[in-house]
Ligand binder design. Structure first.
Ligand code: ADP
Length: 251
């Protein structure tokens, strides 16, 4: 579903990803761990096409993010091509990023109506179902500013799912929450992950959550994967010194 092939990403002189290769199978749930600045968020931003690779290629569901075929020629991806790929991907951010001027219902229906052309009534019906699922059935008409951080993040999760993505990207989704709200949001995500056939790519500093949610954990250090394996192995018998040091610091 996701394939990185020799991906290099530089910001000026800073090389953030160094010839990165990895792939994620359909339905697989993969967590990225590693020290701050090791390039994890950049990977999610590249997938959302919020950033472009310096070199190398990224494919999502067999489609290249940087090029598209015109006849039998490869040409740089245009906005239409990128929009088609973006529709497959949902993202939930650390800071929720809800539209502050729209109520909860509108936050959830806006993208399906505008970018998928779903009739408003149908989008609203679906939004109510999603609000029920995230435990906020009574908040449809509230504005985000009147909700707690945990509630806002639940709306953001509902908003991402409203697009029926094949891939869901989670970027430190509980880092900005008050400690007592963290486990509720994690439980919700665990239910969602285990219920569907979503492909999930998750960046988190919460190792227990990583263990619960993922089939596979990738440990990053300085723009490279230093360890790749099932959570049981990475957390109990890490083979690399760098992973051991990192886990000692965060556990
Ligand atoms: P992580 O998610 O592992 O903490 P990031 O992917 O956020 O790491 O960042 C990796 C490095 O890239 C950091 O040193 C960060 O400062 C740098 N970086 C990220 N985005 C930009 C940008 N738009 N411009 C310049 N540097 C950036």
């Amino acid at each position: 579903m996701i394939r990185f092939d020799k991906v290099v990403k530089r910001f000026g002189d800073l090389t953030v990803l160094r010839e990165l290769d990895f792939h994620v199978r359909p339905g697989e749930r993969v967590t990225l761990i590693g020290p701050s600045g090791s390039g994890k968020t950049t990977i999610l931003r590249l997938l959302m096409t919020l950033e472009r690779v310096t070199s190398g290629t990224i494919d999502v569901d067999g489609q290249c993010l940087s090029h598209t075929k015109r006849g039998d020629r490869l040409v740089p991806a245009d906005e239409r091509h990128l929009r088609r790929i973006r529709k497959k991907i949902g993202m939930v951010f650390q800071q929720f990023n809800l539209f502050p001027n729209m109520n909860v219902l509108r936050n959830i229906t806006e993208a399906p109506v505008r970018s998928l052309g779903v009739p408003r009534e149908q989008a609203e019906e679906k939004a109510h179902e999603l609000l029920e699922m995230v435990g906020l059935a009574d908040k449809a008409l509230e504005h985000p500013s009147r909700l707690s951080g945990g509630q806002q993040q639940r709306v953001a999760i509902a908003r991402a799912l409203a697009m029926e993505p094949e891939v869901l990207l989670l970027d430190e989704v509980t880092s900005a929450l008050d400690p007592e709200l963290v486990s509720g949001v994690q439980d919700l995500l665990r239910d969602i992950a285990h219920r569907g056939d979503l492909t999930l790519l998750c960046v988190t500093h919460e190792m227990r959550f990583a263990k619960d949610i993922s089939h596979r954990v990738l440990m990053f250090d300085q723009g490279r994967i230093v360890e790749d394996g099932p959570p049981e192995q990475i957390f109990s018998e890490p083979t690399h010194q760098r992973t051991r040091e990192f886990l000692q610091a965060v556990l």
